[in-house]
Design a binder for this molecule. Structure first.
Ligand SMILES: Nc1nc2c(ncn2[C@@H]2O[C@H](COP(=O)(O)OP(=O)(O)O)[C@@H](O)[C@H]2O)c(=O)[nH]1
Ligand SMILES: [Mg+2]
Length: 248
């Protein structure tokens, strides 16, 4: 299948591992979105893409717009001609092999339209987060799952793949409310429907426990983001209710 992975990049010149992305580009098209970086990210992306035989490309947003908008713009630009589109973080917290395995699950699972990486701490896997981030993350994910009415374990893992469907197109047509927890709004638009799209059934989602996930240094998330995330989750709930009332 023709799959495109969108990678949002904000001031990532030091964290981008070019060799790994060139390797990934042999399996999927990689589409970087520079989110108005102030460092050398454009140069790093230009060099990386030049090494990829046309399998990696990059575009630039005129000004910094946040991860959610960078991902949305990347997905909109990737839809035409693609069977599957997805996104992942520039720090490869979800390693290349896991990104490819997640896409394989989407392709091989009958009826699946969305494959979500999930950071479940299990014996034998290499999924590790510092305790504080783990606990805040678990609290948030539990609240998000309830808002969505969806039996999902981890809404915020950076690795997600989608089949290109009318429902996906409708779900990314409008900007998201949140820079960081846009994942919840995107999934909510799919499960709740609205703006011309019917709700998609729970059965199209597959959540895949990752075998490896690394908490990469240099994250720009801070404690105050958690408070903001809780507040934004309430706003997203109200927005999803209003959108669903507008009908599917
Ligand atoms: N911090 C930040 N990251 C952004 C922005 N726009 C896009 N991103 C990308 O979002 C992804 C996640 O960022 P990261 O700092 O690793 O956050 P984490 O989710 O805590 O690991 C990376 O690929 C960033 O480059 C932005 O405005 N600010
Ligand atoms: Mg990170």
């Amino acid at each position: 299948v023709n799959a495109v992975l969108v990678v949002p990049c904000y001031d990532e010149a030091k964290r981008i591992r070019a060799d790994e992305f060139v390797r990934l580009s042999r399996r999927v098209t990689v589409s970087f979105v520079d989110d108005g970086s102030k460092d050398d990210t454009p140069t790093v992306l230009e060099d990386l893409c030049a090494r990829s035989d046309g399998r990696a490309r990059w575009t630039r947003l005129a000004s910094n717009s946040g991860k959610g908008e960078a991902v949305r713009q990347g997905l909109l630009g990737a839809l035409d001609g693609a069977d599957a589109v997805g996104f992942a973080d520039a720090d490869l917290a979800t390693p290349v092999d896991e990104l490819v395995r997640l896409l394989d699950v989407l392709e091989r699972t009958a009826g699946a339209e969305v494959a979500l990486g999930s950071r479940v701490r299990l014996l034998g896997n290499a999924v590790d987060r510092p305790l504080g981030r783990h606990l805040l993350g678990r609290a948030f994910a539990t609240a998000a799952s309830r808002v969505l009415g969806l039996r999902i374990y981890d809404t915020q893992c950076g690795a997600k793949w989608f089949r290109v469907t009318p429902a996906l197109r409708a779900a990314i047509a409008e900007p998201f409310l949140s820079r960081w927890i846009f994942d919840v709004e995107l999934l909510g638009r799919l499960v709740r429907g609205g703006d011309g799209a019917a709700p998609v059934p729970e059965s199209v989602f597959v959540e895949v426990p990752l075998l490896a996930w690394r908490d990469v240094e240099g994250s720009k998330l801070r404690g105050e983001h958690f408070v903001r995330a809780a507040w934004e989750l309430m706003q997203i709930r109200a927005r999803l209710d209003a959108r669903a009332r507008r009908g599917g």
